[in-house]
Design a protein around this ligand. Structure first.
Ligand SMILES: *[C@@H]1O[C@H](CO)[C@@H](O)[C@H](O)[C@H]1NC(C)=O
Ligand SMILES: *[C@@H]1O[C@H](CO)[C@@H](O)[C@H](O)[C@H]1NC(C)=O
Ligand SMILES: *[C@@H]1O[C@H](CO)[C@@H](O)[C@H](O)[C@H]1NC(C)=O
Length: 299
């Protein structure tokens, strides 16, 4: 329909600090005015116009970055996009054709995207006890939404797995156990780029479990351990614990030794009785016991 103004609408994504080109149609108009409307406002302000005697940049252009009119065209180039350049650009273009004047309005909605910065992990407790709730947050200083997060877990033996992903920066573990011990690392991603955090160590505190007692040498019956008189007998106590257990040995309920391995050289019949190992996690102040019966016999 000749005589009617044509409106052309488009969107353009730029990245802060990078260059963009805003095109006013595909052929150079005879006359044009570029305008800018800041987000949240209605007013359109002139950026540059050219009535046929060369482009006239307006003062406003300075606040939108290093704007240049591409020579021989009506396109604008911005070298290093500032955040302030985000908004609606309107090119009012007049074409002098054989059928008369033609007017086109080009609307370009420019978004200035910010790349994600390197994330930092915030951890609720670096040394939580088994059974407690632990959360980790992938903290970001910069990055245009929508954001996407991914958590990686690496065991001390180097096995890596993805334990969480999605649009939440939080990763929760309702009841941690010793198997959650290891390294954690998060990735943050948006439309522009992705970055990963340094890895952070999670050291789960636990135990002691019920100890295991190893008697050497021995023979065992349903009434306990039997050892021959005059042998050297060692009793080794081991309990899973983090931090490692402290051990105390008892004979007939009296303390006889501190440490995991209690050795009796040349054991005698009078050493018959009950031997108990107590393991203690001094960090949690928790204890566990194991008792055995030991009978010394002579040949
Ligand atoms: C976040 O963006 C601001 C402004 O552009 C910049 O000064 C700062 O260095 C950025 N932070 C990071 C962690 O990249
Ligand atoms: C830890 O993992 C081991 C091996 O997969 C499993 O046997 C054990 O039950 C797990 N421990 C806990 C507390 O979940
Ligand atoms: C320890 O207890 C055992 C079994 O009750 C007993 O035979 C032994 O004499 C006791 N030893 C000492 C030193 O009291």
């Amino acid at each position: 329909d000749p005589g009617q103004v044509v409106y052309v609408d488009s969107g353009l994504d730029g990245v802060v600090g990078k260059a963009v080109i805003l095109e006013c149609g595909s052929t150079r108009p005879d006359v044009y005015i570029w305008g800018f409307t800041q987000p949240g406002t209605d007013a359109i302000k002139a950026v540059v116009y050219d009535f046929g005697k060369g482009p006239k940049l307006q003062k406003l252009a300075q606040s939108l970055g290093d704007i240049q009119v591409i020579s021989g065209a009506a396109s604008l180039s911005i070298e290093r996009l500032p955040l302030a350049a985000e908004g609606l650009y309107t090119c009012q273009a007049l074409y002098d054709t054989d059928q008369g004047a033609k007017l086109i309005y080009y609307y370009i909605h420019l978004r200035v995207l910010v790349p994600v910065s390197k994330p930092n992990i915030l951890l609720s407790d670096a040394s939580p006890a088994e059974g407690s709730l632990v959360w980790l947050r992938c903290g970001l200083e910069n990055g245009t939404e929508p954001l996407y997060f991914l958590w990686e877990y690496e065991t001390y033996s180097g096995l890596v797995s993805i334990v969480s992903e999605g649009n939440s920066s939080m990763f929760n573990m309702a009841e941690v156990n010793r198997n959650n011990t290891g390294w954690y690392q998060c990735w943050a991603r948006n439309q522009v780029n992705q970055e990963r955090s340094d890895r952070i160590r999670l050291d789960i505190i636990f135990g002691p479990d019920i100890p295991q007692i190893d008697v050497t040498p021995y023979s065992i019956t349903d009434r306990g351990y039997y050892v021959k008189e005059r042998q050297t007998v060692s009793l080794l106590c081991q309990a899973q614990s983090n931090p490692p257990s402290q051990y105390v040995w008892f004979y007939n309920n009296s303390q006889v030794y501190t440490g995991p391995k209690f050795t009796i050289t040349r054991i005698l019949r009078m050493h018959t009785g009950t031997y108990a190992c107590q393991s203690q996690n001094t960090y949690l102040n928790t204890r566990s016991f194991k008792t055995i019966n030991l009978t010394v016999y002579c040949e």
